[in-house]
Unconditional design. Structure first.
Length: 147
């Protein structure tokens, strides 16, 4: 199982809105870059709007960032797009057999490790901003054109 693509698409949307700030970032335009359908993009945009990351006005095409890039972390996006429920990145199988040595102890044995892993990942995401991602994209593009 992997983290929902809503996370990477949310990052993609925010980066493209910034890099296209002089243009109109409609769901159709964004969908073209993500290579998906505009309905999926509108769903993600709704989630980003609900968390105050973008502004979208009814009847007006396009979206704008609601915060400065340096104030939007990857953790903000991760939480906005409902990748997982809080403290639930790793799903635990239910009802292991209580008469089995492993069955009756497995959940208590691995839950602390999995919780620590999720917290570590979230800490890393909290320390990376969309601004850093946009700068990296721009640098990669400059490098691509210099070769």
């Amino acid at each position: 199982m992997s983290i929902s693509s809503r996370f990477s698409v949310g990052i993609h949307i925010l980066a493209l809105i910034e890099l296209n700030k002089d243009g109109i970032s409609s769901s159709e335009f964004l969908a073209g870059s993500v290579n998906t359908n505009p309905t999926f993009i509108r769903k993600i945009m709704g989630m980003l709007k609900k968390e105050g990351l973008i502004e979208v006005k009814p009847g007006i095409a396009g979206a704008k960032l609601a915060k400065d890039l340096s104030n939007i972390t990857l953790l903000d996006v991760y939480k906005a797009v409902d990748v997982v429920q809080e403290k639930d990145l790793f799903s635990m199988h239910e009802n292991p057999h209580p008469n089995c040595l492993v069955g009756r102890n497995i959940q208590d044995s691995i839950t602390p490790v999995l919780s620590a892993a999720q917290l570590a990942m979230e800490k890393i995401l909290a320390n990376v901003t969309i601004e850093e991602i946009v700068k990296d994209i721009v640098e990669k593009e400059k490098f691509r054109h210099s070769n």
